[in-house]
Design a protein around this ligand. Sequence first.
Ligand code: NAP
Length: 459
Amino acid sequence: MTTSTPRIAIIGAGPSAFFAADALLKSDKHIAVDMFERLPFPFGLLRYGVAPDHQKIKQIATVFEATMKFPRFRLFANVEVGRDISLNQLRESYDAVLLAYGAGKAAPLNVPGENLSGSFSAMEFVGWYNGHPDYVDLTVDLSHTDAVVVGNGNVALDVCRILASPLERLRTTDISLSAFKVLKNSNIQRIHLVGRRGLEDASFTNAELRELATQIPDCAMSFDKSALPNAQNTALLSERAQRNIEILRSTEPANNINAAKNIVLHTARSVDRITGFDKVTAIVLAVNRLAGEIGKRNALVTQDKESLDCGLVISSIGYRSRRLEGCPFNPQRGVVPNIDGRVTPNQTKDGKATLYVTGWLKRGAIGVIGTNRADATETAAAILADLSEKSNWREGSVEAFIKPNHTVITVNGWARINEKELSLGRVLGRVRRKLSTEQAIKLVEGSSRPLRCAVSKTY
Ligand code: NAP
């Protein structure tokens, strides 16, 4: 049985999923898009990754809201592919399946003590302050004076900024209320930011480094200025790295003992182990020798070690994607192998829908939210080109695969949750107060509107 509409399933509801959906829905092919999301809430990294003090970036949600208004768009949130429905079932029901579920795992440090209480991955810590359902209930103890953040990327900067920010910077944001309360009683005075290579090797972007170095009230940054490259070597760096060095050069040498918070940059240090009996009390760092060309140096661990007392360690050394049953995966790179977004090896031999990929799952966990637009456009173009060679479309009745008593959050359901979150936020003078999974499902189930999986098959 066939329909007149090509139907595409997208797995994931983060920025890359929405950019792809938008490109597909705006094409002249009269495409219908069904988007599947494990959590009851859409927007992925925009909602749970972008820091709460970066509300301007979060405004792109209005663009995604507009995509949701397309009549041929349907949301199936609170539906996990691999648990509530299989990839195979999607491939039997749709004309193409686009994987856009991002990078949901933290890269591990693989050092002793990593699992002690007080040691977190950035994925956990960021999820905690952003109210991510998986991490919102973490117990975070900020009673110690010293915290250590490992890694020299933008996520590490986000974590430092949240730990260093005066409460006023966060009060009106959508930060989790429980995290806000813990931060309110924070005793942290020093945040040690540890990089395994030099400051010229850091992957910070300029605006983010400048913000932390110069724009956080009552916060000072200190580092060993002799660790900065000389002018001759600086000239050999990328433009971004050169600007980072300029920002650091113009940062007043802190040691500002009067500042409430101090960010202390440590370079050429690798984590040897995290110590403590039942919770973190210190971190042992190995001193590295940096070898190779400026800008492409390798960190070689030496026998020299130093110890730093601390009560919190946050490892921010990148994200990895998970493997989805039934889909090719490159475990070394943590990505789905593909050419221009077409999953390789080609998955059409079994007669089921072709697989495509976009976002962090396609290229690794690199790039800002906007990077996903070009990436998704490329994959959407591949889907559209392949669809133009076909004329028969599958009749998919995907609802039949989902348990009848399972609550699916549809576009209407999300509208209701969104409305509630915004109104709760208004009462508290915040942009939003995020609901928990239970609160969201209860709200949707109790609603008089048709919020369940009452989705029509005609477009
Ligand atoms: P990232 O930029 O790749 O940085 C990862 C950092 O971890 C690097 O400094 C890397 O050092 C270090 N690292 C990796 N393995 C390590 C190990 N075993 N020991 C010590 N250090 C290790 O990743 P990210 O910070 O997670 O950010 C992910 C992406 O999101 C980036 O593209 C970032 O720009 C983006 N993002 C953007 C914003 C924003 O625009 N505001 C905010 C957050 C994130 P090496 O260089 O030596 O490998």
